[in-house]
Design a protein around this ligand. Structure first.
Ligand SMILES: *Cc1c(COP(=O)(O)O)cnc(C)c1O
Length: 400
């Protein structure tokens, strides 16, 4: 019989009762170091005192009023995001897919309103992940995810990640923009070359295209800068954010320059929940912490520490790992082809460490941004034991 909870996920048989910082406890008292952070989402860890207090206070006042009225919490959060990014204006929604839908619509609308409605196509990349709605699935382009859901939404052309010649070849009279994750998350924690990102900006300028960045996973401090594109010294025309932006409370955002934002006038786009007082209170509380002087430097520091440790670990286990990839606190341990990343993930669970699988046979580490070096070291010890258990049996025997 089908479970009451629709079986769209292969869930680990773990249920957590409470958390604190980078740690989670099951009801039967087992403790886990959470280096998945709810898929790069609980950016401040669990039960962060500032975030929980802000939410608790707001919940007792007013949670939701709809966008028929002014929402001061949303106005404040938008203003702060504008001040700390390239953007002139922000639209709030509830998830990453929804932010990307808004971003795609904003790009199309820009061309429709400037007399070039034939420009509606986006150049996207192999290995991308942009979400599970029909349009974002089409932007994702993975045939496995698209199968069974009828014709894909029209207007997405895929080229190999990092291949500038292919990008240039794909530009045609219907091209509106280029949509890319600065670091492919689900696709394997694969960073775009900073030079490639700069070349994309340049080619957009050359052809009058819009650069649309999906920073749903890489944004809000995950890379060690507030936005991952800042490492490349470029600015997009429009960008999506979600995951870490609400610290675990559902919140998404489309951040746009004025020339993109100004056509989304009343009636063109909307949401019932999006940007409600509770969600934006969470967003403001997360931003309070991340914008504290020194916080992002701390993320960068602990990320470099973890990165070095992970490289040592990969070197110690050449029969398991072939390398480390990623940036900031979004890291991947790439496993040998004959081993499975989900098996390694299960081994890590046995050692009390939560991680997330990603494409390219990668085991993804995306811990809360508040982890200490001691917690990074503890994760490395647990991962080292998990890696030892992954050594193929014949190699283990030979080593004894
Ligand atoms: C997770 C993710 C999405 C989808 O976000 P949802 O909140 O699951 O809809 C989109 N883009 C990227 C880069 C993501 O990592």
């Amino acid at each position: 019989m089908i479970p009451a909870l629709m079986p769209t996920y292969n869930r680990a048989d773990l249920a957590f009762e409470r958390g604190e910082g980078a740690w989670l406890w099951t009801a039967d008292g087992r403790r886990f170091l959470d280096f998945g952070a709810g898929i790069a989402t609980t950016s401040l860890g669990h039960a962060h005192p500032h975030l929980t207090a802000a939410i608790a206070e707001q919940v007792g006042k007013v949670m939701h009023v709809s966008n028929l009225y002014r929402v001061p919490q949303a106005e404040r959060l938008a203003q702060r995001l504008v001040e700390s990014s390239f953007a002139d204006s922000v639209f709030f929604c509830n998830s990453g897919a929804e932010a990307n839908e808004g971003m795609i619509k904003a790009v199309r609308k820009h061309y429709a309103e400037t007399g070039r409605p034939e420009r509606f196509r986006m150049i996207c990349f192999e290995g991308a992940f942009h979400g599970r709605t029909l349009a974002t699935l089409s932007a994702t382009g993975n045939p496995k995810y698209l199968a069974g859901f009828g014709p894909p939404v029209e207007g997405f052309d895929h080229v190999p990640f990092g291949n500038m010649n292919a990008v240039r070849d794909a530009i045609g009279p219907n091209t509106a923009g280029i949509m890319i994750e600065p670091i492919q998350g689900e696709g394997g924690v694969r960073p775009a070359d900073l030079r490639f990102l700069r070349e994309l900006r340049a080619v957009c300028d050359e052809y009058g295209l819009l650069l649309a960045l999906d920073e749903v996973q890489t944004g809000m401090g995950r890379s060690g800068k507030l936005w991952a594109h800042q490492w490349a010294g470029i600015e997009p025309d429009v960008m999506s954010s979600a995951k870490g932006i609400g610290g675990g409370f559902p919140l998404g955002a489309v951040l746009a320059r004025e020339h993109v934002a100004k056509y989304l006038v009343p009636g063109t786009h909307g949401t019932t929940y999006g940007g409600n007082p509770l969600a934006c209170t969470a967003g403001n509380a997360v931003l309070d912490v991340i914008l504290e002087p020194g916080f992002l430097d701390g993320v960068d520091r602990v990320a470099r520490h973890l990165w070095r440790g992970l490289q040592d670990l990969a070197a110690r286990h050449p029969r398991v790992a072939i390398g480390v990839q990623g940036a900031g606190l979004l890291m991947g341990l790439r496993l040998r082809e004959d081993l499975s990343n989900t098996a390694m993930q299960a081994m890590a669970v046995e050692e009390g460490l939560l991680t997330v699988a990603a494409g390219m046979n990668v085991l993804r580490l995306a811990p809360p941004l508040i982890i200490t070096e001691a917690e990074a070291d503890e994760a490395l010890r647990r991962l080292d034991r998990a890696a030892a258990r992954m050594e193929p049996a014949r190699d283990r025997a030979a080593a004894q």
